[in-house]
Write a protein of this length. Structure first.
Length: 612
């Protein structure tokens, strides 16, 4: 416990719900990690029913009113199995032995992409362990049909069907990474024909394609034609029509199954808002929801209800159901709060201020700054670096940021160049040879910190995944600036990472970082492992043994190198985790280790601190 009486566990105890699906009767399918791992639940207006008690986290979708398809892996290795769970009146939480197998990965990667009454669609690389095919399976017969087999890493799939024979009569939209910058192609599959609907010669991201009920067009969010993602309607005849755009926001639309309505999410500076529009983009009703950093939307099959999950600064998951009669959000967990989550013991959340950091080349780095007004005097700081790099800092529930800010640290969460959320130009500014510019942003941030009351001699870098890589780069290439670093599942060498990450990810990552065949020297020059003798600050590294994206060998190799140089380094490996800390007990251990490490090297109880 800190001098302020706060305990990090108070934030970590808050249960995380994840919205998955909603039935026509308003029953919500979701996961909750209250018991340690994410398990499936049915959320009714008056009760919550546990569906699974598996040894691993899981997810799923409705495949009919009485059937759930369950996706689960082994210790976070991303080699998913698909199973069926029948919903009966006498249902008890299913264990691993009680699920009915649909697919078993056996070393390949198979991911649930869509589901409907009596069918599922999944992507699989079982053909050659590299390219992903999209497969539809009829659950009653086990019959399968390959819908897409043109290669590449599939991103999104949506099935449009009103037929009793979806296996052979469905229209399917598929987005696939191009291997050029951060972009995808959009494909339409009808019968045995596959056609590319996205432009041949223009790059852009195509997200959340949804086939219209008419099956003559689809809606998609894309930045192919502008700096920001707008909503477009792509006709099956090759026409393309702009529906909705905002020069200051990224838009995503989820059409209702009956084709009459669009649920439109607008993301601006890491915060989202929701509105209901007609199919031409005209707003029918704004939705009065709390401010949130992220949201998930699912329509019921009848289009009468819309389920919404919000991740807010106060809570990782607030679930609502909106009825089409008036679009008033109805919270579905509030009345059950005492039964489904731990009591909220943490103080009111600190709302981060939006600020911009001037750079050496005349640009500005957007960032969020968390600081508690009770503390005065020069304070230690943590620069918290998000993953991706194609991601951005959002105003969401964050146990570590809130705890640190409440106990004396300033937390600065930047969107260095390469981040999304601020237009296509900004997220392309770190590609390949420009990676060094994203690393140099860390120097600009450190130079700016004293202007907001930070002690420049007590600043740590903390980051996960790509943020972990940036953390290591900061310690390596600007070693005099940082007092400590925490790397969570980060890349130490871009060379060995690209050599050892699964081959289906390599082509997508090479266009971002550089190509092994052509850019090896570039990759070595910006890889901390080969310059580890420059690292001076103490370092804590955390990794999952089963990590399928950034192999755990990245952390082992750097730890070995730092042992040779004599630099202080702690290594914490979780045998039952992959590329995330999915188990509550492991999160406790990892976050408390981070707290202890930072407190040892950047103690906010220093006499320069005074409580007002």
């Amino acid at each position: 416990m800190t001098e302020t009486g706060l305990v990090l566990k108070d934030w970590l105890d808050v249960a995380r719900w994840v919205l998955l699906d909603i039935g026509d009767d308003g029953t919500v399918l979701a996961t909750c990690d209250q018991e340690g791992t994410g398990q499936l639940f049915l959320v009714h207006p008056d009760r919550v029913v546990a569906l699974t008690a598996l040894s691993q986290s899981c997810t799923g979708r409705f495949a009919g009113p009485d059937t759930v398809v369950v996706q689960h892996d082994r210790d976070g290795n991303a080699q998913f199995d698909l199973s069926l769970l029948e919903l009966t009146d006498d249902l008890v939480p299913a264990t691993d032995d009680h699920l009915v197998a649909v697919t078993r990965s056996e070393g390949t990667c198979e991911v649930l992409m869509d589901a409907g009454p009596g069918w599922i669609v999944y992507m699989s690389n079982r053909r050659n362990n590299i390219d992903f095919d999209v497969v539809m399976r009829e659950l009653s017969t086990g019959q399968e049909r390959i819908l897409y087999e043109l290669g590449g890493l599939v991103s999104h799939v949506h099935v449009g069907t009103s037929s009793d024979n979806p296996l052979f009569e469905a229209a399917v939209a598929v987005t696939v990474f191009t291997g050029e910058s951060f972009s995808t192609h959009l494909w339409l599959i009808e019968a045995t024909e596959a056609r590319q609907l996205s432009p041949q010669r223009r790059l852009g991201m195509h997200l959340e394609p949804r086939i219209d009920q008419s099956r003559r067009a689809l809606y998609v969010s894309t930045d192919t034609y502008s700096e920001r993602r707008g909503i477009w309607r792509y006709g099956f005849d090759g026409t393309r029509t702009a529906v909705l755009s905002d020069p200051d926001a990224d838009l995503t639309a989820i059409p209702s199954p009956d084709g009459r309505l669009l649920a439109v999410l607008s993301e601006r500076r890491g915060e989202v808002s929701l509105s209901i529009c007609d199919r031409d983009g005209h707003q029918l009703a704004p939705v009065d929801l709390p401010p949130a950093g992220a949201a998930e939307l699912v329509w019921s099959g009848s289009s009468q209800r819309l389920a919404v999950q919000l991740n807010t600064i106060h809570s990782p998951s607030e679930l609502y159901v909106l009825d089409s009669s008036d679009w008033t959000p109805r919270p579905i967990l509030t009345s059950l709060h005492a039964e489904t989550t731990a009591p909220l013991r943490q103080p009111a959340a600190i709302i981060p201020a939006f600020m911009q950091v001037p750079t050496r080349d005349g640009l500005h780095i957007p960032c969020r700054v968390y600081r508690h007004p009770r503390f005065e005097g020069p304070r230690p700081a943590v620069v918290y670096l998000h993953g991706g790099p194609e991601a951005n800092e959002v105003v969401e529930f964050s146990p570590l940021k809130q705890f640190l800010a409440h106990t004396g640290w300033v937390v600065v969460a930047p969107d260095v160049r390469g981040s999304t959320g601020y237009g296509r130009r900004w997220y392309e500014l770190d590609d390949r040879h420009r990676r060094v510019e994203a690393i140099a942003d860390l120097n600009d941030i450190h130079r700016w910190l004293p202007t907001i009351g930070v002690d420049p001699d007590r600043v740590a870098l903390v980051g996960a995944s790509y943020g972990g890589y940036l953390t290591l780069c900061g310690l390596t290439f600007y070693p005099e600036l940082w007092a400590a670093g925490v790397d969570i599942m980060g890349i130490a060498s871009l060379v060995t990472y690209l050599e050892n990450t699964p081959q289906y990810r390599r082509s997508v990552r090479e266009c971002e970082y550089g190509y092994l065949d052509y850019d090896r020297e570039l990759l070595r020059s910006i890889s901390p492992l080969y310059h580890a003798d420059r690292i001076q600050a103490p370092l804590l590294m955390i990794h999952g043994e089963q990590d399928p994206r950034v192999p755990v060998t990245e952390s082992h190799a750097l730890a070995d190198r730092l042992a040779e140089t004599g630099t202080e380094c702690e290594l914490l490996i979780f045998a039952d985790e992959g590329h995330a800390l999915s188990r509550r007990g492991n999160r406790y251990e990892a976050y408390q280790r981070i707290e202890t490490f930072l407190r040892r090297h950047l103690d906010p109880a220093n006499p320069t601190f005074r409580l007002r």
